[in-house]
Design a protein around this ligand. Structure first.
Ligand SMILES: Nc1ncnc2c1ncn2[C@@H]1O[C@H](COP(=O)(O)OP(=O)(O)O)[C@@H](O)[C@H]1O
Ligand SMILES: [Mg+2]
Length: 247
């Protein structure tokens, strides 16, 4: 963690996605998506179920082939770079549904998050990351499968942080999380951004909670961006919710 932020004299976003397309075999699921994620910003991509949010994150993290367009991270292409090469470059994905190792302890899950890094560094970072998640610290020896949905989400985020991300991409961190823990998780994400200067790309169906902590927001529908702007502007726009978010 604690990546020094490299000041960018050209003001280039940390991630620039331009006209990106991706497909499941012959079924195209992203149709030319363009987004920018500035350094140390929180950017959310909103959309109803099936809009293409997970597909976008999978395409950006080397889990799904990119069939067109570009994705430039820190000046270098990440399109079709395998996931295991992206993690050491700082592109880290917290998947939908958390995917913690249920049979392993909280501590063991965290150690695995740092598998690409020297063990001594990871040990030091575990203490630091647990500072953001006191509930996890209390349950450090518990098996992950015994945690609540919200606690498992915290664990998935903490595990992602142990990979030392420069860009942390989160797929529906609110899903399956009790309301009170949702707020705790999102405000912690903002604290982490503020304290670590970490850049966050969050895809969410819960527009309110995501826009509340985001700087910029995008709305996607059937694999296309249909709207974007400052999060505060999108948050005040009831038409968006009616038209695109099914709410
Ligand atoms: N493994 C898959 N094979 C074929 N189509 C898929 C697969 N996963 C998702 N899709 C399709 O891609 C589209 C976008 O899905 P997804 O990215 O999961 O949406 P979201 O995350 O926004 O709910 C949907 O039409 C979905 O049916
Ligand atoms: Mg999804």
């Amino acid at each position: 963690m604690a990546n020094a932020v490299e000041p960018d004299p050209h003001g280039e976003p940390l991630l620039r996605v331009d006209n990106l397309s991706a497909a499941y075999g012959k079924i195209r699921a992203l149709h030319g998506v363009s987004i920018e994620v500035p350094q140390a910003a929180i950017v959310c991509v909103l959309g109803a179920n099936g809009a293409g949010k997970t597909t976008l994150l999978r395409a950006l993290s080397g889990l799904l082939p990119v069939t067109g367009g570009t994705a430039i991270f820190s000046g270098q292409s990440i399109a079709n770079v395998p996931a295991e090469q992206l993690v050491p470059r700082g592109v880290v994905h917290v998947p939908q549904g958390r995917m913690v190792f249920a049979q392993l302890s909280v501590k063991e899950n965290l150690v695995l998050g740092g598998y690409t890094r020297p063990a001594a560094e990871v040990r030091h970072d575990i203490d630091r990351v647990l500072g953001y998640f006191p509930r996890l610290k209390e349950r450090i020896t518990s098996r992950a499968g015994t945690l609540s949905g919200g606690e498992q989400q915290m664990l998935a985020i903490a595990r992602g942080l142990l990979a030392k991300p420069r860009l942390l991409m989160l797929d529906e961190p609110s899903m399956g999380v009790a309301p009170i823990l949702k707020d705790a998780i999102f405000s912690t994400l903002r604290d982490i951004r503020d304290q670590e200067r970490l850049t966050l790309l969050i895809v969410e169906q819960d527009a309110d909670i995501a826009l509340d902590i985001s700087d910029q927001g995008y709305v996607i529908e059937t694999g296309r961006v249909v709207m974007h702007g400052p999060a505060a502007e999108l948050a005040g726009n009831e038409d968006i919710r009616r038209a695109y978010l099914g709410g």
